[in-house]
Ligand binder design. Sequence first.
Ligand SMILES: [Zn+2]
Length: 184
Amino acid sequence: MATDFGFTTWGADIVRIAEPITASVPNASAPSARRIARNNGVTLEIDGRQVTARVHRGGEASVARLEIAAMESAVVVALREEMGSRTEPDDTVHAALRARGLRPAAALEAADCSCRARKTMCVHVLAALYALAALVDHAPSTVLGMQSGQGSADDADTDAVDGPPPRWTPIAALSVRDYYVAER
Ligand SMILES: [Zn+2]
């Protein structure tokens, strides 16, 4: 399959959370998690930096919660400049930020899950990350909304990106499922 998870730089950043370069061995749950996300097993709800993922696997349902770290203000300012009139931050914008020595990659501040696996990166959290990566691949502005705290009250000063109105609000309600249907 030509397009897996993380085919944009913004989506790849999310995949990196699931598969850190620093990990010496791959997470054994990663293949299952990818399969769940690919088979429409994850429904995402995004509210600012809080991501709630309903993960269905066989007859079981778990709820994984992710909290995305706020974007550094220097990155927000540079991003505003590099985006110009774009409505979606493409790979060029990502590269421009990196060239300025900035790190636009999304980071995970916290994660938990309703399942009994008492580890941070259970298969459900991983599946949520892959589903999120797929969503971000198709709509990179999603990640900006999350990182700048759109939808929450605590980062009011970072909300005002110049240019066209932000398009991330409606995306919050979408299931990642629609994107896979569209690809086939
Ligand atoms: Zn879990």
